[in-house]
Design a protein around this ligand. Sequence first.
Ligand SMILES: Cc1cc2nc3c(=O)[nH]c(=O)nc-3n(C[C@H](O)[C@H](O)[C@H](O)COP(=O)(O)OP(=O)(O)OC[C@H]3O[C@@H](n4cnc5c(N)ncnc54)[C@H](O)[C@@H]3O)c2cc1C
Length: 375
Amino acid sequence: MKKIVIIGGGFAGLSCAKILSRFSRSLGLEVTLIDKSEKFNFLPELPDTVGRGIRPEHLVNDIGQFARRFNFRFIHEAVDALDLDQNKVFTRSGPLNYDYLVIASGSETNFYGNDAVRKYAYKLDDAVDAQRLIGSLEGKERYFISGGGYTGIEVATNLRLYLNRRKIDKQITIVERAPSILGPLPQWMKDYASDNLKRLNIEVLTNVSVEGIEGGGVKLSNAGVFDNSLLIWAAGVKTADFVQNLKTEKNPQGRIKVDTYLRLKDNCFVAGDAGYFAYRDTFLRMAVQFAIVQGEHAAKNIIRSISGRKLIKYKPLDLGYIIPMANNKSCGTVMGINMRGFLPTVFHYLMCTYRSYGAGNKFGILKDLVTGGRR
Ligand SMILES: Cc1cc2nc3c(=O)[nH]c(=O)nc-3n(C[C@H](O)[C@H](O)[C@H](O)COP(=O)(O)OP(=O)(O)OC[C@H]3O[C@@H](n4cnc5c(N)ncnc54)[C@H](O)[C@@H]3O)c2cc1C
């Protein structure tokens, strides 16, 4: 019996478990998936819970149900540490041995060690965070979003939709430490997004950062303290602590550098956001499309390794990306074609609905999108 342990029940971990469990009987595999959460979270639509009214409960699935349906074992525990030499995974309830390991623990919000901000700010790592944010939106004087990347922009536009629907006229500000929003993306996208943010009356401050929290208010690097303001932190992500603690090559976010077969070592694969895959002079960005395919690829290579066959190199297929903005003026590149306006918005939601799990959730998401979440 070969013991395979998968850490993380997100896109990468679940797609890996589904493939491996098909071979449980024929190859004698014992597949165990460990996740610190009982729920799978469909992250790409978390910002839409704010403005478009997608209900957070439509963005989660029970990992235990997947386990029963696909016949793998699920352990609801946080992984604290790994011993890659002894083939052991450590959780609070003790060590777990493995023959093959898949690290698919994704990424989480990075507060860069600022505990005051961590306590004060809202984040969007899962549906529980979304629920907490939605419950705190009213009665604020100002709204700050730290980080002018995809998520920050998407959240800001959703927030404007939320406030407009309630006829609340308050300032929304994106605070970006770098000289421009959307980092390395093409200039036309930055211009398009900037124009749209202006149209939505969302202020963008560049070369400015959130310095901290003072007396219960947000302190910016270029100004005083803003009391009674709400801060959403979308200024970066990092990998889980147990990944950060591994002594191996990583990028600044702590993503593990993998080889062309998605391996860290012979019996340890990494899939999804937790891994760093060199691609076209840079590395693959974090995205659902890569996480799903990498999870499947790692599973197939484990099966090949067990059967004594040659492993297959992972060759990424990049279908493109979209920056969704809640007033239906999105922009992006799909299969090499630059798009702006309503069409990329439609593509984004079609893809999200297709990739979400369960007919109930798919229907719920579509219904919420059409009705704006009104019951
Ligand atoms: C707000 C937001 C919007 C996004 N929008 C898009 C988008 O529009 N399009 C797109 O392609 N991508 C988008 N992304 C990125 C995309 O969601 C990720 O690339 C994708 O989820 C990565 O999948 P994964 O399986 O690697 O990790 P995840 O989906 O994050 O799953 C990781 C799992 O590991 C578990 N885990 C973590 N640490 C531990 C531990 N110590 N022990 C046990 N379990 C652990 C977590 O609980 C989680 O279930 C977005 C992300 C966010 C946060």
